[in-house]
Design a protein around this ligand. Structure first.
Ligand SMILES: NC(=O)c1ccc[n+]([C@@H]2O[C@H](COP(=O)([O-])OP(=O)(O)OC[C@H]3O[C@@H](n4cnc5c(N)ncnc54)[C@H](OP(=O)(O)O)[C@@H]3O)[C@@H](O)[C@H]2O)c1
Length: 440
């Protein structure tokens, strides 16, 4: 296929597809807040979806929230439906980048990726579904490379903080970082918190289809990534973490799979040392552990059959102990919520051979930020898009299907995120016998 032009002479730098969704509405607000960060201080953008009425309502709401009445008259509305390929093609021809918020991606994502690749628009999504993300890599990487299109998946809370957090920690380490563990903790205010059912649906279908992920991965014919330095041991299914002083479980989202793909890319393309990675999430005290075990058991039993899945889909609030709801969290709940991702890394100082002996240096870093689903995710997604627009020379030379870390390792995305409240910091370094503790 001939190379397709992806230029800023298109009518819109950004088109937000699925702007009427629960997450989409907050992406609209984030784009409206950051227009001055576009190329030459300007950003041309439009909203897209299948219902004109809903899209106009989202613009009206954003105009009210942000005190920008002009949004209602100046932002264009594009009608496009995943089931109508011509409408997707027409949308993609108008955009430099499509910000795709239509999920679950396993059902709706591929048609949009295809339309972007065929019509020369970069594609950014916030999928946390490894089957979709890796399926797109398998099916569209070569075509996207030929057409010069970037398809960059998992640009929301899943998995920018983790994937860029690994790169940040590696870059801050003095020597060779060989292993890293992260521990996620979420805080909520007096009003509590939660997530919209859209993410619940993606998780249900993703877990039900997990066996197919193995056969998908076999098709890549990947060689195992070399283990450099001491092997990182996997913790159990449930353990008490001294790092975060609470019970923890392996993180169930896409972070480990995304980080691994990034590390593979960096090792194969740039001969970087791959960092071994383990991701864990804090659960809380013993009461939360009991609740989680009960909910987890019910989930695993029900997710396996269609009737069980229907029950889970129908009653998200009941089966998730109130975490996932049809209404989604309120703005007040979002304001009171935040996350911390604490990284504990080890490796070898310069001059120490990772093939010989134990690691002799440690590092602690942290990524922290606001509410994960509808504040941090839109910030991460929009900053990823602004990075493509503003820093083309720092992006990979070829188009293709990329993870955030693979696409943005050489850009200033981390600085951009820092300025928008997703903060990366070094807390402590132990180099040989020298301990350096940082505040914060
Ligand atoms: N990475 C992260 O951390 C993160 C955070 C938040 C969300 N997410 C993901 O984002 C996705 C969306 O979640 P959500 O809670 O926002 O879901 P949602 O509220 O159900 O929104 C879905 C959107 O898709 C649109 N849509 C559905 N079918 C369509 C079709 N045939 N053609 C065009 N548009 C169509 C809907 O349009 P209508 O309004 O017309 O129905 C709506 O705009 C999920 O996959 C979720 O997992 C990820």
């Amino acid at each position: 296929m001939a190379r397709v032009e992806t230029t800023s002479s298109r009518p819109y730098h950004l088109v937000i597809f699925g702007a009427s969704g629960f997450t989409g509405q907050f992406v609209v607000e984030e784009v409206a807040r950051t227009v001055s960060e576009g190329p030459k201080g300007d950003l041309k953008w439009a909203v897209a979806g299948r219902s004109k009425q809903k899209l106009e309502k989202v613009l009206e709401q954003a105009a009210g929230v942000l005190g920008k009445p002009e949004l209602q008259t100046e932002v264009d509305v594009i009608l496009a439906d995943v089931g109508e390929p011509d409408s997707l093609a027409a949308m993609c021809k108008k955009a430099v980048i499509v910000l795709n918020c239509v999920g679950p991606y396993r059902f709706f994502g591929e048609a949009v990726v295809r339309a972007c690749v065929e019509n020369g628009a970069h594609h950014i999504d916030i999928s946390g579904e490894p089957q979709f993300l890796e399926g797109m890599q398998l099916n569209y990487n070569s075509q996207a490379a030929e057409t010069g299109v970037f398809v960059i998946g998992s640009c929301g809370f899943d998995s920018i903080p983790a994937d860029m957090g690994v790169i940040y920690t590696r870059d801050q380490f003095r020597g060779t970082l060989t292993a890293l563990e992260s521990f996620l903790t979420i805080s909520t205010g007096p009003e509590g918190g939660g997530l919209h059912e859209g993410t619940w649906q993606s998780a249900i279908y993703g877990l039900a289809d997990r066996p197919n992920l193995k056969s998908l991965r076999r098709k890549f014919n990947w060689k195992p990534l070399p283990i450099v330095g001491s092997k990182l041991r996997h913790r159990g299914a449930l353990f008490h973490s001294n790092e975060i002083q609470q019970y923890a479980i392996p993180f169930m989202g896409s972070d480990p799979a995304v980080v691994k793909r990034t590390q593979r890319f960096l090792a194969e393309e740039h001969q970087d040392t791959p960092v071994q990675y383990g991701a864990y999430a804090g659960v809380g005290g013993i009461g939360s552990v009991i609740k989680l075990m009960f909910a987890g058991m019910m989930f695993w039993l029900l997710v396996k059959c269609a009737c069980g899945r229907n029950l889970l889909l129908k009653y998200p609030e009941f089966f998730s102990f109130g975490i996932f709801t049809k209404a989604g969290p309120t703005r007040k709940q979002m304001e009171g919520s935040s996350f911390q991702l604490s990284f504990y890394g080890e490796g070898y100082t310069d001059g120490q051979d990772p093939a010989q002996g134990k690691p002799n240096a440690k590092i602690r870093t942290r990524v922290q930020g606001p509410e994960v689903g509808y504040v941090a995710t839109p910030i991460a997604m929009v900053q990823a898009a602004l990075t493509i627009l503003n820093e083309p020379a720092a992006m990979p030379k070829k188009g293709g299907v990329y993870t955030p870390g693979a696409a943005f390792a050489k850009t200033t995305l981390i600085n951009r995120l820092n300025k928008h409240g997703i903060q990366f910091s070094v807390l402590m370094r132990v180099d040989g016998v020298l301990v350096v503790v940082f505040s914060g």
